[in-house]
Design a protein around this ligand. Structure first.
Ligand code: DTR
Ligand code: ZN
Ligand code: ZN
Length: 504
């Protein structure tokens, strides 16, 4: 039998042999060229991961972030910017150039974005240094300073009964018990012209008002210490004059998730992974989350050399920094049937922090969708097999796994740290600098190509390749899906975070 028939016959014998066969080119048969691909294997895919390719992609992404300079005066890939549009184009075209291995789609959705151009708060005769205009805050009236007496709101300001008539006053409200947006709305309904939310924990606050409301008013946050003097004065019956000024815009824009799914592989049993394509306004986001997005791109590029038994679905989310907008939207429009096809979701957000720790989401099946624990253990076994340490981090609602685990889909992921501080013990096992942030350039202009640790990035990309290959090859032994109900209980109060910004 001519070799070409033999080789084709061998291919159709199925996986039992094909995975042991070397790659071979068959001779033409009735003009059909069959190139037999080996079945995906973790080691083989990992061996195709090289840091030079990642670094080249990082340089490309930085150049794309520079497209945002004319509008923002610095590189950025924030949603709505030319830097983000360029990122989406780069991802889409890279996958499209791989031929017809993937079904490629873009999912557009409406996203609310805010920008604070200028703000100033004066309490009495002081300018509190901790004052921050909250994300998605509306401007003060006519974008001009407003003046009025400060009024202390009772309790946590979570009920209308906590508010007296605040007409022409500036509300001073404690953090706690309900989202910042609720406080702003209630203050607005009581007639306040601005609101100041003070921290009930030590330190400055920050945060977002979340989904805009017509009742929202211009809202600042300040630290507990900056508020203390004025709380005392007001409780002592003294009058405190204040002024607030915010020039801001809140608007709805269309933005786009990119989804790429292998055409091969069981479409009823998909392994899904994601990273976010956007950065914050402040900088190019090469680590956050260029590292995750580019890792996905590189793994997707190398995966085309293999056959898969289960489908692999890559997602690049838009609007993560605004509050997980893209992954929230994606999960919200999944039908129950489509939801059940996703066997697990792996979140890859910040894989290369310069002062890294190898961090694994500490999911447990008792608190999270069944299967989250098995995914967690895949990560920890990988690090251990390399003689490496790792630490656990909580499911705190700060990244794109949130919508998945809240809708019954097993989730997990790895990270290398953001504004958390590296401990001495972590320095001993990971190196770096104790007492510094894991990523000292987190959400800053300096999150550029020099802000990635290449050793951590290459290793974590090999781990991502391992996670893809493992499940693309087989779900044997992995828990079946049990339903789409929310079975996740986050390690922190449910509403404290939803995305990188605090909302409570
Ligand atoms: N990557 C961050 C969000 C994030 C996810 N997990 C953590 C843990 C600690 C701090 C931040 C985060 C971002 O997109 O800003
Ligand atoms: Zn991120
Ligand atoms: Zn971020």
């Amino acid at each position: 039998m001519a070799p070409s028939y033999l080789s084709i016959a061998l291919i159709v014998l199925g996986e039992a042999f094909a995975s042991q066969l070397p790659l071979f080119e068959t001779s033409s048969l009735s003009q059909t060229h069959l190139t037999a691909k080996e079945l995906i294997s973790s080691k083989s895919l990992q061996d195709r991961i090289h840091v030079d390719n990642l670094l080249e992609r990082a340089n490309t992404l930085y150049s794309i972030a520079q497209l945002g300079e004319d509008e923002y005066n610095h590189p950025t890939r924030v949603i709505g910017s030319k830097g983000h549009l360029g990122t989406i184009d780069y991802i889409y075209s890279t996958i499209a150039q791989l031929g017809d291995y993937y079904t490629l789609s873009n999912q557009s959705f409406p996203a609310v974005v805010g920008n604070v151009f200028e703000s100033r708060l004066v309490l009495g005769s002081e300018v509190p240094q901790s004052a921050i205009a909250m994300s998605l805050t509306p401007p003060t009236k006519k974008k001009q300073p407003v003046f009025g007496p400060l009024a202390l709101v009772s309790n946590f300001g979570c009920d209308a009964s906590d508010y007296l008539d605040l007409t022409s006053k500036i509300a001073l409200i404690s953090r706690g018990d309900c989202p910042f947006g609720t406080k702003s709305s209630l203050a607005g309904r009581a007639g306040a012209i601005a609101a100041v939310i003070y921290n009930n924990e030590k330190g400055a606050l920050g945060g977002t008002l979340g989904t805009p409301s017509p009742d929202h008013i211009a809202t600042f946050s300040i630290s507990d210490s900056d508020a203390a003097l004025y709380i005392k004065k007001l409780k002592d019956g003294e009058e405190v004059q204040a002024s607030a000024y915010i020039d801001a815009i809140v608007e709805s824009i269309e933005t786009t998730n990119i989804i790429a799914q292998t055409k091969e592989g069981d479409p009823e049993n998909c392994v899904m992974l994601g990273g976010h394509s956007d950065s914050v306004t402040e900088g190019p986001g090469i680590n956050d989350d260029g590292s995750g997005s580019l890792t996905l791109l590189e793994v997707a590029t190398q995966l085309v050399n293999y056959r898969v038994n289960n489908c692999v679905r890559f997602a690049w989310w838009a609007g993560e920094e605004e509050g997980l907008l893209g992954s929230d939207y994606y999960v919200s429009v999944l039908s129950p049937e489509e939801n059940l096809k996703i066997r697990l979701f792996m979140d890859y957000d910040m894989l290369a922090s310069p002062n890294f720790a190898y961090q694994v989401y500490n999911a447990t099946n008792s608190l999270n969708p069944v299967g989250s624990e098995e995914l967690r253990d895949l990560y920890t076994e990988f690090y251990t097999s390399k003689g490496l340490n790792f630490t656990y981090i909580p499911f705190d609602g700060r990244s794109d796994y949130d919508a998945f685990i809240k809708h019954g889909i097993p989730g997990g992921g790895i990270a290398t740290g953001a504004e958390g501080v590296k401990t001495e013990k972590e320095r001993q096992v990971f190196g770096g600098v104790a007492g510094d942030w894991y990523d000292p350039c987190y959400h800053q202009l300096c999150d550029d190509v020099g802000n990635v640790n290449l050793t951590a990035w290459e290793l974590n990309t090999k781990l991502v390749a391992h996670s893809v290959a493992t499940y693309a090859r087989s779900f044997d032994g992995y828990p079946k899906r049990t339903g789409i109900e929310a079975t996740a209980v986050l390690d922190v109060p449910l509403s404290k975070y939803h995305g990188p910004k605090l909302q409570v």
